[in-house]
Each structure stands twice: as structure tokens, then as C-alpha cells.
Design a protein around this ligand. Structure first.
Ligand code: PEP
Ligand code: MG
Length: 588
């Protein structure tokens, strides 16, 4: 029996799986380095161009196979398309050709050198999500080098059923092929973060994944028994019988709760005293919709459209925006779909690296960025107006901090509407226009904003960051991130009150909305619409259906007598534990 090893990484896609490791040999090919003679140069440039064509065809083929998966490839297809765009990027082509010609080096070497330079540019980005894109450059360069060397590329992998894929990194092309026949039970990779490609695809397909393990592919061998906990970021290699039993028990429980979830998907989220709560889904990619619906989402409460910028060097066109929104609206039928305009900024910006901001969280972000980049904003607004024909659309602006921003954004939308109308372009009827309440200033003037916004959606992730003055990305102050801080509770209470007084709907779409340990608090505050990821919906619904708002109100009143977040948390947790024997998630 081999020794048990436990590895800790980043839990990138929740779920528990036990299976046999299948090691994907994704190590880099060794790049041959050859100095060319002058008369070899032209032939080398030709060889490079042939490899580009071949790589392009291969990516096209894989994308074609994705269509056979019963989806149109969705986000996955877009990523492969982005790889094709990278192949044809003029800067890349010119630079590699220049190195072959001027430095007289072979194509493989030139591709690696340019690839490395591009990667370094990504390394310096502050934003994790964009930094992760550097692996895409590596995948493209790797494919080119392999093709130049005449190596076998995209060989069909014969993966046994119930395999845990272990790799240094998984390319989008490999992920597409691996997921097509449902034999993969989990992914385990050395590289990657929460927003790396494997993480995104795994979450969308509901396959557990732990990434960023550094040395997993060195310490695991094909055939090893591997237990993966994608929520905790834990991987056990050759676990003991007791550990395995525990894992299997967790798996059994999760499966049972999943089945229960699917059974309760159709049941309304209504409290014992008859308060009806609407449970919506948060989404980044259209691929998430089937899972959201299966878990009982009644609509989309937050579509983070900045994810349309994933894996691409340039901004999406109006047409691309339009196609994505239409796809989501059609898929959701007459259920409401809340699309948030771009929350870009800081380093999350297409094209050239912007000037570095000292304090990006407080910089040119979200609605501020859009109001200063009108072309980008207008492409999105026009697309939204056009897509409104296809379903039940609501639009909201992120990070509003003053009433002028709301007015300005609304005027821009109206200008786009008049323009489209003059051009005779079809549009749906007027849709509700709301704001995200996620800055303390917006919370404090919620009464005034409620006069002009059609609805509120509270973004607690940012509201907590800005209210308590803690950077969401900074691990050192993470301990201060407390949803049950009295300042947050007071702020929420004021915002909900202001919305009710003005008679506009108020929703919540930050992480707080999906924590079942906090559901009673939110009920007591008067929130009647909550938006979260698919897996959280049944858990929150379970709490709602088991309690009464009157009980919740009494609980919150008592909780707010305490002054410190720790006391409030302790009180709420004790109360929840008394009511529910086992809740998957706790008040933090
Ligand atoms: C929030 O801030 O709570 C929110 C939902 O927006 P994001 O997490 O995308 O900033
Ligand atoms: Mg936010």
C-alpha cells in the first residue's frame, strides 16, 4: 500500500470525488534551439506559417467536436476561438518572423521567446483573473512548437471511467476532449487559480476541481487512488480506509442533498408564515444556465458581463454582446434576467495595459470606467436594447456612488435608444433600470436613489469591502471581512427600508445572499429576492421553508443588541444550530 499524502490547493469547483488518477503528460516539450544560415531563413518563415495554419485547423476541429457535445461550445468554444485569434495576432506573427529573419534563429525558438515576453507582460498584472490568461499564451505556443516538431497533437485520450485528471495544467483543448464522454470525475492541477480556465470550465460542468497545488503532478502517479474535495481545496493521495470512508460519506451526503435539491427545485421558497422569497441565480457564462434551472433558479439576479472579456485581447463587438444576451434571454424564457453592465477597471481592461492605479479598488472601475469609455459602454447598451426583444430583461449599473452617475448612465442608454429607433432597429419594451448598492455612499443616499432607480440589488462583496475599509484581495485583512458587522446590518436595514418606502424591489446578489447561515438575517431585514450560485439555492430554500419571518425578525432584533461582529456571529450561529441540525455553510 502506498503512503498517504495530503495536498492543499485552491478549491476551484465544489464537490467531492474519489477515483483513480490519470496523469496527463502536459509537460512542456523541449524547444530545440538552432542558429540558421542566411539561406535557410525564408524556408524557416514558411515552416512557421505552415505550423500556424495547422494549429488553426486543429483548434477549429476541436471546436467542431464541441458542437457534438450537445452544446454550441459556449464559453469553451469562445476560449478556443480566442486561441485562434492569438495565432493570428499581427504583433505575434511580426515578432516571430522578425526574430527568425534578424536573429537567424529557428521558428521553435522564436515562438518561445515571443511567448515568454508576452507572458511576462501578463505576470505584472495585479488582477488574478487577467494574470491567469498567461497560461493561454503558453497553450498556444506549445501547440505551435509541437506542430513545428511534427509531434502528435490532440491525440484522443483513452481515459478510463471515473478518472481524476492530474496535470501540470489542463489546456482548454484537452478539457474539451476530456469532458465530452463524462468519464472525468475531478481535476487536480499544479497551476491555476480561482479564475483559471480549468476552474471556470469545471464549475460550469459541475466537476470538482482543486488547482494551484504546485507539485501534484510530481507526487501523484497514474492509478493512485485520489480523493478530491473541491470545496476545501483538499486532495488525498492513496487515502487510508478511514479517510476514504469519510470521503465516501461526504459524497453520499452531497449526492443525497443534490437529489433533494432537484426534488425541491420546483417548490416555492416560502416561509412558514407565508413570505414568498424569489431565488435567482448568479452567472458568468451561459453554460451555467442548465444547472441554475435544475437547482430551481427563478431567474438570473446577476449576469457578470465583464466575463465576456475573458481570454481576448480586444473588446467584444456590439454583435458579440448582443448574441450573448440574446442567448441568455432565450434560454430563460419569460423568467427575469438581470444583466449588469461591465464591471471593468483597474487591470481588468482590454487591450493595452492601462496606467497603473495606486488603489484600483477605489479607481476607475465599473460605471466610472464605462462613463469614461463611452464607445465600450455604448456597444453594450445598444446590444442590451436590441436583445430586450428576446425576453424579460432588467439592467443594472455597478458601483454607483452618486445620483449623477445613475442619471448620466440612464441618459446614455436613452441616447442609444433614440439612435436605434431612428435606424429602425427592433427593440423590446422599456425594461427596469436598477443599480447595485455596493458603496457606502449609495447606501447612505438610498432614499434618493430609490426615487430614480427602478430597483436595487445589494452587492455585499463590495459593500462590505468599502464599508469596513478592507481590500477584498488582501489576505492580511481578510479576518476583518465580516458580513455580520453591525455597520453592515445597519446599512442593509437602511437600504431595504428606503427601497420599500419608495416601493421599488430590493434584491441581494453578493455572496452573503447565498450563505444559508445568514438566510434568517436577510429574511428579517425584509429582503425578498436573493441571487446566488446554483449549489446554494436548495440550501437557502431549505432554510426559508423551515422558518417564519416573525421568528427571524425576533432573532435579528436580539442580534443587533450586541456590538461586536464576533458576538453577533456567535449568537446567530448558536441560534441556527439549534434550529438546524446540519447546515452546509455557516454564518462566518
Ligand atoms: C458584489 O460586490 O457583491 C457583487 C455581487 O459584485 P462583484 O462580486 O462582481 O464585485
Ligand atoms: Mg461588486
Amino acid at each position: 500500500m502506498s503512503a498517504t499524502v495530503s495536498l492543499h490547493g485552491i478549491g476551484a469547483s465544489p464537490g467531492v470525488a474519489v477515483g483513480h488518477a490519470f496523469l496527463l503528460d502536459s509537460r512542456r516539450v523541449r524547444t530545440p534551439k538552432v542558429k540558421l544560415t542566411r539561406d535557410e531563413v525564408d524556408a524557416e518563415v514558411m515552416r512557421f506559417k505552415t505550423a500556424i495554419d495547422l494549429s488553426d485547423r486543429q483548434l477549429g476541429d476541436i471546436k467542431g467536436k464541441l458542437t457534438g457535445l450537445g452544446t454550441d461550445g459556449g464559453e469553451h468554444g469562445l476560449i478556443l476561438e480566442a486561441h485562434r485569434l492569438m495565432l493570428h495576432d499581427p504583433m505575434f506573427l511580426v515578432e516571430v518572423t522578425r526574430l527568425i529573419k534578424e536573429d537567424g534563429i529557428n521558428a521553435e525558438w522564436a515562438v518561445r521567446r515571443v511567448g515568454r515576453r508576452l507572458r511576462h507582460q501578463f505576470d505584472n498584472l495585479d488582477d488574478e483573473y487577467f494574470r491567469e490568461r498567461r497560461s493561454d499564451i503558453e497553450f498556444v505556443a506549445d501547440r505551435l512548437v509541437r506542430n513545428l516538431m511534427g509531434e502528435l497533437v490532440d491525440a484522443e485520450l483513452q481515459v478510463p471511467p471515473n478518472s481524476v485528471i492530474v496535470a501540470h495544467d489542463v489546456s482548454p483543448a484537452d478539457a474539451a476532449m476530456l469532458l465530452k464522454d463524462g468519464k472525468v470525475s475531478a481535476f487536480v492541477t499544479d497551476l491555476g487559480g480561482h479564475t483559471s480556465h480549468t476552474a471556470i470550465v469545471a464549475r460550469a460542468r459541475e466537476v470538482p476541481a482543486v488547482v494551484g497545488l504546485t507539485r501534484a503532478s510530481d507526487s501523484i502517479r497514474t492509478g493512485d487512488v485520489v480523493a478530491v474535495d473541491g470545496r476545501r481545496g483538499l486532495v488525498l493521495v492513496n487515502p487510508t480506509d478511514e479517510q476514504l470512508a469519510l470521503f465516501r460519506e461526504t459524497m453520499r451526503r452531497q449526492l443525497a442533498s443534490e437529489q433533494l435539491a432537484l426534488k425541491t427545485a420546483e417548490l416555492p421558497a416560502v416561509t412558514q408564515d407565508g413570505v414568498r422569497v424569489r431565488l435567482n441565480g448568479n452567472m458568468e457564462f451561459p453554460e451555467e444556465i442548465p444547472s441554475l434551472l435544475a437547482h430551481g433558479a427563478e431567474g438570473i439576479g446577476l449576469y457578470r458581463t465583464e466575463f465576456l472579456f475573458l481570454n481576448r485581447p480586444t473588446a467584444p463587438t456590439e454583435e458579440e454582446h448582443f448574441e450573448s444576451y440574446k442567448q441568455v434571454l432565450v434560454a430563460m424564457g419569460d423568467r427575469p434576467v438581470t444583466i449588469r453592465t461591465l464591471d471593468l477597471g483597474g487591470d481588468k481592461v482590454p487591450g493595452k495595459k492601462p496606467e497603473k492605479e495606486n488603489n484600483p479598488a477605489m479607481g476607475l472601475r465599473a460605471i466610472r470606467y464605462c462613463l469614461q469609455h463611452r464607445d465600450l459602454f455604448r456597444a453594450q447598451l445598444r446590444a442590451l436594447l436590441r436583445a430586450s426583444v428576446y425576453g424579460n430583461l432588467r439592467v443594472m449599473f455597478p458601483l454607483v456612488s452618486s445620483i449623477s452617475e445613475l442619471r448620466e448612465a440612464r441618459s446614455e442608454l436613452e441616447r442609444c435608444r433614440s439612435e436605434l429607433s431612428r435606424q429602425g432597429v427592433p427593440m423590446g419594451k422599456r425594461f427596469p433600470l436598477g443599480i447595485m448598492v455596493e458603496t457606502p455612499s449609495a447606501a447612505l443616499i438610498a432614499d434618493r436613489l430609490a426615487q430614480e432607480a427602478d430597483f436595487f440589488s445589494v452587492g455585499t462583496n463590495d459593500l462590505i469591502q468599502y464599508t469596513i475599509a478592507i481590500d477584498r484581495q488582501n489576505r492580511d485583512v481578510a479576518y476583518l471581512y465580516r458580513p455580520l458587522h453591525l455597520a453592515i446590518l445597519r446599512s442593509l436595514s437602511y437600504v431595504v427600508g428606503a427601497a420599500k418606502k419608495a416601493n421599488i424591489p430590493v434584491a441581494m446578489c453578493g455572496e452573503m445572499a447565498g450563505d444559508p447561515g445568514l438566510t434568517m438575517v436577510l429574511l428579517a431585514l425584509g429582503l425578498e429576492e436573493l441571487s446566488m450560485t446554483s449549489g446554494q439555492i436548495p440550501l437557502v430554500k431549505n432554510v426559508i421553508r423551515s422558518v417564519s419571518r416573525a421568528d427571524a425578525a425576533a432573532l435579528l432584533e436580539q442580534a443587533m443588541q450586541f456590538s461586536s461582529a464576533e458576538e453577533i456571529e456567535r449568537f446567530i450561529k448558536t441560534q441556527m444550530d439549534q434550529r438546524f441540525a446540519r447546515l452546509d455553510g455557516n454564518a462566518q
